[in-house]
Design a protein around this ligand. Structure first.
Ligand SMILES: NC(=O)c1ccc[n+]([C@@H]2O[C@H](COP(=O)([O-])OP(=O)(O)OC[C@H]3O[C@@H](n4cnc5c(N)ncnc54)[C@H](OP(=O)(O)O)[C@@H]3O)[C@@H](O)[C@H]2O)c1
Length: 310
């Protein structure tokens, strides 16, 4: 049965793809965005999504956007300069959801949430400790919000991080110098997920709450080394991509300068998302491998987005 769903943040990497997936499946989609005149917002509007100009920081605008809405897909932007905002946004959404009688919430968190205290060397000064604590706190808030159905999706690393505009920040040197610079070992495997697979799981959870309610599902489609990723990106772009392994001394210098991408890569090397991909088969949701994505026609999109051939 078609549902009415609020997608927030509606124009982000996940939100825009979730919105498209739900619209294609016949659901009514509402989008919360600070900027309804952005290209993404307008594209979603042209597909019949209802735009709500609003901010996750404003309980009032969220309340308005939730009028007659049955369900929410929630992916909350993070701001390293103001980590507390993520919690405040979650609180605003969950309170408004309760007030409006929302029946189902699908919250997109991150793989390994809740396990931070078991990370080797964990303490309050652990790199990006705020990130792990925030996700854990919000998951707890979702479970205890009193909403009839909740599902927590825990995606690993987005394939979209190799695309513009994220690539400029996540992998400086990749788009311009064709170098994949990573603080990985040669055998480090990165767990990857395409955001369209998050959308498929969200749609499944929305369509079948009895199968997904109360579930916490960690998501990845494959695990690839930097060399394997570089090879695939070379195929996509037609450019020779090489891997530049950042050594420990360089990594520590960058880390001290506050490069959180390096901190994240060191975490991916030393801890990692550790997704049990096999266990996802039981949901019957197809997953998109990077190599399969090429066969399925993503080549053009990725080559344009990655911009490696410029
Ligand atoms: N990147 C990864 O590999 C990865 C992996 C796992 C989990 N995650 C998690 O994914 C989450 C982010 O999701 P995403 O990457 O889909 O988002 P995103 O692409 O970072 O998009 C964030 C969107 O949030 C909107 N936004 C920003 N501030 C807002 C505010 N105050 N009120 C309303 N909207 C606001 C912006 O849209 P407007 O300008 O239109 O308002 C923007 O499009 C984070 O919690 C991150 O930890 C990321």
């Amino acid at each position: 049965m078609p549902k009415s769903v609020l997608v927030a943040a509606g124009t982000g990497k996940q939100g825009r793809v979730v919105a498209r997936e739900l619209l294609e499946r016949g659901h009514a989609v509402h989008i919360l965005t600070r900027n309804p005149s952005s290209d993404t917002a307008k594209e979603l509007q042209s597909m019949e999504a209802v735009l709500h100009a609003g901010d996750l920081g404003s309980a009032e605008t969220i309340q308005t956007a939730l009028d007659n809405v049955d369900a929410i897909f929630l992916a909350i932007p993070v701001n390293p300069a103001n980590p507390a905002a993520e919690i405040a946004y979650a609180k605003n959404v969950l309170e408004a959801a309760r007030n409006n009688g929302v029946k189902n919430i699908i919250y997109s968190s991150v793989a390994r949430t809740g396990e931070h205290e078991s990370f080797p060397g964990w303490n309050d000064d652990y790199p990006m400790a705020w990130y792990w604590k925030n996700k854990d706190t919000i998951e707890h808030m979702v479970r205890t919000a009193g909403i009839e159905h909740w599902t927590i999706l825990r995606p690993a690393f987005f394939i979209q991080n190799f695309c513009r505009p994220e690539v400029e920040y996540m992998f400086p040197g990749l788009a311009d110098a064709h170098e994949l610079r990573v603080a990985f070992n040669a055998d480090t495997q990165l767990d990857l997920i395409d955001v369209s697979d998050i959308a498929k799981f969200a749609a499944a959870a929305l369509g079948s709450p009895s199968d997904f309610s109360g579930k916490e599902i960690t998501l990845a489609a494959e695990k690839l080394t930097a060399a394997q990723i570089a090879e695939l990106l070379s195929t996509i772009s037609g450019e020779k991509i090489t891997v530049d392994y950042i050594n420990d001394n360089q990594a520590i210098t960058l880390q001290k300068q506050g490069h959180i991408v390096i901190e994240a890569q060191l975490w991916q090397r030393d801890v990692g998302y550790g997704v049990d991909i096999e266990s996802l088969k039981r949901y019957g949701v197809p997953l998109t491998l990077l190599s399969k994505a090429l066969d399925q026609g993503a080549l053009k999109w990725l080559s344009q987005q990655v911009g490696l051939s410029e």
